[in-house]
Write a protein that binds this ligand. Structure first.
Ligand SMILES: Nc1ncnc2c1ncn2[C@@H]1O[C@H](COP(=O)(O)OS(=O)(=O)O)[C@@H](OP(=O)(O)O)[C@H]1O
Ligand SMILES: [Mg+2]
Ligand SMILES: [Mg+2]
Ligand SMILES: [Mg+2]
Length: 359
């Protein structure tokens, strides 16, 4: 069966992510870098709203009938005039440095009121029917503030199945061959021309390209694939920075059981999915930390597809594929186990042994 190539959707998704990332980088350099009080979350709030508005504007212009599930909602912006004007000042002159690309996205947003309205278009309940986009304007908010890893995330689901994914990672190296290093989670700002855009279309593979190169050329992306690992002891694990998002202790026990000696690489955001998809790391584990937390679809949709199209398998800790068809959360899943197809079953077995030994 020939699969739809979703060419226009892919192009719009890539350009929308690139434009939003210009804004998040500006926010980092103008507002977050050197923030005296690192507990001040306002830079990330500004970046979240601005990036979400720009992405939704591009989607509404091209696909006005599609539904959108986005992380942020505008309530805070509506009640805080100063915040609204700060966000608008950034949004109004963030554009792609390529007139054709900018025109494709529909050009600038009309005014601050239109911007606020756009943000609320991301309030779809999600579900199993029709075309639904999932947006995380800044994933890895803590990484963003730290000058570490974060991602601008966009995916298209059709009838609950992810068809297109794009992940902009402004602080990852462009070079696919660069293995992950322990320090990748912090102080990796984009000053040295960092920044990579991962994307995938179901049935058509995954690619990477420089985040800073804006082009309408679909051939620009280079195919990426997971590293073939015959010997699991040589594998590299990625995990969340926050132990509150994935248990570091369980993860260490799983590594030990698989004979892995390299320390895990901690980094925020879906940059973990992109990194293993291009073989910079090998395995991404997200172990459930609470019985009640439900993962959000915007934290996984693009990464899930990119890893699977790069030759990986992604399931939850029970071995079930991630189910994006049940609303804004992954209510049917617990945790994430992403690994090259050939070793996924073995990794999953170790995960289950460690988790069941705790019951
Ligand atoms: N309790 C709990 N358990 C699991 N996950 C949670 C939890 N709380 C939040 N989140 C979500 O984690 C998203 C960031 O995931 P990361 O893997 O980047 O985590 S971390 O930043 O390394 O801690 C983060 O995404 P952003 O809000 O976009 O940063 C949250 O959606
Ligand atoms: Mg997120
Ligand atoms: Mg977010
Ligand atoms: Mg958040």
């Amino acid at each position: 069966m020939r699969r739809d190539k979703y060419e226009k959707e892919l192009l719009v998704a890539q350009l929308a992510v690139q434009r939003a990332a210009i804004l998040t980088k500006r926010v980092f350099h103008e507002k977050a870098k050197g923030t005296v009080d690192k507990n001040d979350k306002s830079p990330v709030t500004i970046g979240d709203f601005g990036a979400q508005a720009l992405i939704i504007a591009a989607l509404q212009h091209n696909f006005p009938d599609d539904a959108i599930v986005a992380e942020e909602e505008s309530a805070k912006l509506r009640e805080d005039e100063k915040l609204r004007s700060t966000v608008w000042e950034l949004v109004k002159d963030t554009r792609l440095d390529n007139p054709d690309a900018e025109a494709l996205l529909g050009g600038p947003i009309r005014d601050a009121d239109a911007m606020v309205e756009l943000i609320d278009k991301g309030n779809s309940p999600g579900g199993a029917h029709g075309r639904i986009w999932a947006i995380d304007p800044i994933d890895g908010t803590k990484g963003f503030l730290r000058g570490g890893q974060y991602a601008v995330c966009l995916a298209l689901m059709v009838d609950g199945d992810v068809k297109v994914g794009a992940l902009g990672c402004p602080n990852l190296p462009v070079d696919d061959a660069a293995r992950l290093t322990a320090g990748i989670g912090e102080n990796q700002t984009d000053d040295d021309g960092h920044g990579v855009l991962f994307s995938a279309v179901l049935g058509h593979g995954a690619t990477s390209r420089p985040l800073a190169t804006v082009s309408l050329d679909p051939e620009l992306g280079k195919p990426i694939s997971m590293r073939a690992i015959d010997d699991l002891t040589q594998a590299n694990f990625c995990e969340s920075v926050e132990a509150g998002h994935s248990s570091h202790g369980d993860q260490a026990a799983i590594s030990h059981r698989l004979g892995i000696t390299a320390p895990s690489v901690r980094m925020d955001s879906q940059a973990k999915y992109g990194s293993i998809a291009r073989g910079a790391g090998d395995i991404y584990l997200r172990l459930p930390v609470s019985a009640t937390y439900q993962e959000k679809i915007w934290d996984h949709a693009a990464g899930d597809l990119i890893v699977r199209e790069a030759g990986g398998q992604v399931t939850d800790v029970n071995g079930k594929r991630l189910d994006f068809s049940v609303g804004r959360t992954l209510a049917n899943n617990k945790g994430v186990v992403a690994a090259p197809l050939a070793v996924h079953a073995k990794v999953l077995e170790a995960v289950q042994e460690v988790l069941s030994s705790k019951l």
